[in-house]
Design a binder for this molecule. Structure first.
Ligand SMILES: Cc1cc2nc3c(=O)[nH]c(=O)nc-3n(C[C@H](O)[C@H](O)[C@H](O)COP(=O)(O)O)c2cc1C
Length: 214
């Protein structure tokens, strides 16, 4: 861990951020460390304990480069519009450019890209709320467990999904079996610098009601 004193549970849960700028792109990550974090990932709840998660840990430089190119292509339009707004002085766009922008051009340099997938079970119809909630709800808790475990090991991470319109291209790059469905990629590397603060979120009274919404 990089923090001077151990994180409390509350600190872990409230200060684990999506890190892009402060992922060290020059330092490799130990394979055993990643496997330990994946063991923690798989302690997450999952529908009927089917454990349909599948993980591809991409560390090969050429493979990462190809995935980075897909991410760049998937974000091209968005990047152009954010850049134009930032150039026009929009402060929010400037912030986005400085954080999200790092991955648009450099995702392939991040030392580890963990592709989180699931193998659909026979009940998965691909569309009903039940199927979607049960399938994606069985992978994202594990993804978050993985990110929390990374944080405890001094690693920084960020979940990305905007490349998924290029999911077929990525499947070819990593030779994914046809039936697997990709949920996202967790970019991982050593954290540069120290910890983070809780993020600003909507006030509770805007988003929570008891018993009835109205
Ligand atoms: C489902 C999901 C998809 C995301 N996709 C992307 C993405 O494609 N690119 C990216 O830079 N960040 C992505 N993020 C990270 C969010 O931008 C980030 O969680 C959000 O801005 C809040 O920041 P925080 O995680 O640091 O609190 C994604 C997060 C989630 C949960």
């Amino acid at each position: 861990m990089t923090d001077a004193k151990p994180l409390t549970g509350l600190e872990l849960l409230t200060t684990t951020r999506s890190v892009r700028r402060r992922i060290d792109r020059t330092r490799e990550v130990d394979r055993d460390l990643l496997l330990r974090c994946l063991e923690v990932a798989m302690q997450a709840p999952n529908g009927a304990d089917e454990q349909a998660w599948r993980w591809i840990v991409v560390t090969d430089e050429k493979q990462r480069e190809k995935i980075g190119a897909c991410y760049h292509a998937a974000n091209e339009q968005f990047a152009a519009s954010v850049t134009a707004r930032a150039d026009a002085g929009d402060e929010a766009a400037k912030l986005k450019l400085a954080s999200s922008g790092v991955f648009w051009d450099h995702l392939g340099e991040v030392p580890v890209l963990v592709i989180a997938c699931f193998e659909p079970q026979p009940w998965f119809d691909g569309a009903s709320p039940y199927a979607l909630a049960s399938a994606y709800g069985s992978i994202f808790p594990a993804v978050w467990n993985f990110q929390l475990a990374c944080r405890l090991e001094g690693l920084a991470s960020c979940l990305i999904t905007s490349h998924l319109r290029f999911a077929d291209e990525i499947a070819k790059i990593v030779e994914l079996p046809d039936q697997f469905i990709q949920a996202g990629i967790v970019a991982v590397g050593h954290l540069i610098g120290s910890s983070f603060q809780p993020a600003r979120r909507n006030p509770l009274n805007e988003v929570v009601r008891f018993d009835r919404w109205s």
